[in-house]
Design a protein around this ligand. Structure first.
Ligand code: HEC
Length: 187
């Protein structure tokens, strides 16, 4: 199936930070609202360039997800995550590795879930369906979070999520459109 050897360059953590996460932003940030001097303005793809940016995110995620199948360290050398001390909520790289080795089927299913959402995004780009773009963003968020909750911070139990939800609700009550990612933009 392969034409040559596959050699990992970076850890999973770096792959997330420098590739998966920024590419996902091309999809997450494609719709929403933003605060300008004119008030709150809807953000949605209008030009070919806007749609291409989403396509770049989707292709990168659809293909990039497979890179998670190459065995690689979970963190750069010496990085133990937030896995020690009283407030530790993250698994150590050794714990994550052990979990994947115990059940590679789950790991692969989480990867498949990510690339499936990316394919959904590609389809939406093809049809230029702005409404469905909102759903894609939500599905993408779910695919990321499901894997993180299972492998990265299972220590953050129900209580943590209740607190987080309460905080978000308060935030939504304060902001007129409830957009957590609204960034003030100068125009
Ligand atoms: C198949 C599982 C999986 C999927 C799917 C996944 N992640 Fe991750 N991600 C991880 C793991 C595991 C870590 C923690 C690595 C570590 O620090 O040991 C992580 C860490 C991260 C980090 C932290 C990087 C840092 O510098 O601390 C970010 C940001 C991130 N992921 C973003 C995303 C986004 C955005 C998506 C969805 C588009 C996503 N991830 C999908 C497994 C996944």
């Amino acid at each position: 199936m392969l034409w040559g050897d596959l050699k990992p360059v970076v850890s999973v953590k770096e792959l997330m930070k420098y590739m998966i996460d920024p590419m996902a932003d091309n999809i997450f940030n494609a719709v929403g609202s933003t605060v300008t001097q004119q008030g709150i303005v809807d953000v949605e793809p209008k030009t070919e360039e806007d749609w291409d940016k989403i396509r770049i995110g989707a292709v990168s995620l659809a293909e990039g997800a497979s890179l998670l199948k190459i065995r690689r360290p979970f963190t750069p050398p010496g990085d133990e995550n937030n896995s020690t001390g009283p407030d530790a909520v993250e698994l150590s790289p050794a714990q994550i590795t052990a979990k994947v080795e115990r059940d590679p089927v789950e790991w692969n299913a989480r990867i498949a879930a990510l690339s499936n959402v990316a394919l959904e995004a590609l389809d939406v780009v093809k049809r230029k369906d702005v409404n469905e773009l909102w759903d894609v963003g939500e599905n993408l968020d779910k695919a990321c979070e499901a894997c993180h909750r299972s492998y990265w911070y299972p220590g953050e139990g129900a209580e943590f999520y209740q607190k987080l939800r309460r905080r978000l609700e308060q935030f939504h009550e304060q902001s007129p459109r409830g957009n957590t990612s609204a960034k003030p933009q100068k125009q």
